[in-house]
Design a protein around this ligand. Structure first.
Ligand code: SF4
Ligand code: SF4
Ligand code: SF4
Length: 223
């Protein structure tokens, strides 16, 4: 943990994901267990040199395959052109965009890192880059880290809750099936088949509508 924190402190907190991890904390975790520390192109040579001092291995240059770089900047929505589709909101790693469905959206300047992730999804191309000085972008990038960590933790909690609901459902169905098997002396394997069908149809169908053919082919693979 100590090593992860040391590495994380030296990363630029843009949360752009260009290093092939969702953000700076995850990249710090990956470096701590052996990933090369030359992939933060936005941090440039300055970040690389700081990381060289922490890690046993040393790199001469940044790996520009993970580029391009990101200058000191924030973004702005041309509000009169925004159609309120919310696509930029889902793309923002630090929740720096506000707005409702079909309503004008706005950027929260204090935490926009200038990561550019909202630009490409905008269908009407109404998000513009505003250049800033290094001093001007330093504080938003530092503050945004809290929002990034919060968003990540919420999403992990949501996934945990979904998994918990799914396993609760499994236990519920298993209990019903077991009760039937015990009470009626029914063939156990056909009851397990039925149980699997019920599980797939009940919860997984929220993610994708399974038809019987798909269910049977799935069951064959799991046997
Ligand atoms: S700034 Fe971007 S590329 Fe650098 S560590 Fe953070 S997420 Fe990765
Ligand atoms: S508003 Fe856009 S540029 Fe700013 S942090 Fe969010 S996604 Fe990145
Ligand atoms: S993606 Fe573009 S059009 Fe859609 S809400 Fe964001 S700024 Fe507005």
């Amino acid at each position: 943990m100590e090593l992860i924190n040391l590495i994380h402190k030296e990363l630029p907190q843009i949360q752009c994901g260009r290093c092939d991890t969702p953000g700076c904390r995850q990249y710090a975790e990956a470096i701590a267990i052996g990933s090369p520390h030359d992939r933060c192109v936005p941090g440039g040579i300055e970040t690389l040199e700081k990381l060289n001092k922490i890690n046993a291995k040393s790199y001469k240059d940044v790996n520009y395959d993970y580029g391009p770089t990101i200058p000191s900047q924030k973004v702005k929505i041309v509000e009169e052109e925004c159609i309120g589709c919310k696509k930029c909101i889902s793309a923002c790693p630090v929740d720096a965009i506000t707005g409702g469905t079909n309503m004008m959206h706005s950027i929260i300047d204090d935490i926009c890192t200038g990561c550019e992730l909202c630009i490409e999804p905008c269908p009407v191309d109404c998000i513009e880059i505003i250049p800033l000085s290094e001093k001007e972008i330093a504080l938003p990038r530092k503050d945004s880290q809290l929002f990034f960590d919060l968003k990540e933790n919420l999403s992990i909690d949501n996934k945990r809750n979904k998994l918990k609901n799914f396993s609760d459902k499994n236990i519920e169905i298993s209990n019903i099936v077991n009760e039937k098997i015990i009470n009626r002396n029914i063939d156990k394997s056909s009851m397990i088949d039925q149980m699997q069908h019920e599980i797939i149809k009940s919860d997984l169908s929220k993610l994708h509508k399974f038809d019987d053919k798909e269910i049977n082919s799935f069951l064959k693979k799991t046997k």
